[in-house]
Design a binder for this molecule. Structure first.
Ligand SMILES: C[S@@+](CC[C@H](N)C(=O)[O-])C[C@H]1O[C@@H](n2cnc3c(N)ncnc32)[C@H](O)[C@@H]1O
Length: 225
């Protein structure tokens, strides 16, 4: 029977407690540092939209990125930058994958609220993970020289080619965009893979493909500028 004295706040607290218990249980069962990190985020950052960042479509897109990255570029990297990195889900997935040997991953996002959450998610990576707050248009790519630049948020930035022009020639990149025009925060979607290829105009393309999902298609390019 419904309890008429229960408030929306009570329901929200219950939801977080259940989600925390469930994530901790799954982490214990799977021995997954990533799921352990999700449990920490649920407990410490109830405001974070972690269920959105880790929904099955987001996970599928990032597994796709991880697998094609390994096939096109191998698994050894000194320093990877993930731009528009949000809560750091992709770094957590790369750290957990035994095929990869990565010195350091930095997740860089313009939103000052996400760095602490990304750090919480990736805490088990220790000094191999760092979250930074910066606009990707203001970074000094030539001075810092990451050996792989990942941007799976191309639909969120105004001028993809203008941004790519900031990278030193030969820099390896993995780019994702999509045709999800109806989402208000997507300011620069592309209608097709061909349109994305034309927009990026990479000097060398190692992988180019599309991943259809229920509501939209995600596009990915791996290569160098
Ligand atoms: C919704 S999220 C990520 C979406 C993407 N599908 C993914 O999971 O990779 C997009 C992120 O890009 C960030 N962002 C947008 N413009 C940026 C910029 N100029 N520099 C750095 N981060 C940016 C936003 O703050 C946001 O966290």
């Amino acid at each position: 029977m419904m309890d008429a004295t229960r408030t929306d706040d009570d329901a929200s607290v219950d939801w977080h407690e259940h989600a925390y218990d469930l994530a901790r249980g799954i982490a214990a069962y799977t021995a997954s540092p990533l799921v352990e990190g999700l449990a920490r985020v649920v407990a410490r950052h109830p405001e974070a939209e972690i269920a959105n960042a880790f929904n099955h479509k987001q996970v599928a897109c990032k597994m796709w990125a991880r697998d094609r990255l390994f096939e096109s570029c191998g698994g050894r990297f000194g320093r990877i930058w993930v731009l528009g990195g949000w809560y750091g889900v992709l770094p957590a997935m790369l750290f957990e994958d035994g095929r990869f040997d990565i010195g350091m991953i930095e997740s860089i996002d313009i939103d000052p609220h996400v760095a602490e959450i990304a750090e919480t998610l990736n805490r088990t990576a220790g000094e191999r993970f760092r979250a930074r707050t910066s606009d990707m248009y203001t970074l000094d790519y030539a001075a810092e020289r990451p050996d792989m630049v990942i941007n799976s948020s191309c639909e969120h930035i105004v001028d993809v080619r203008g941004w790519l022009d900031m990278l030193p020639e030969g820099t390896l990149v993995l780019l994702q965009s999509n045709d999800y025009f109806s989402e208000p925060t997507h300011i620069n979607c592309v209608a097709s893979l061909e349109a994305f290829e034309a927009m990026a105009a990479l000097r060398e393309v190692r992988f180019s493909g599309a991943l259809p999902t229920k509501n939209y298609t995600r596009f990915m390019l791996i290569g160098s500028v």
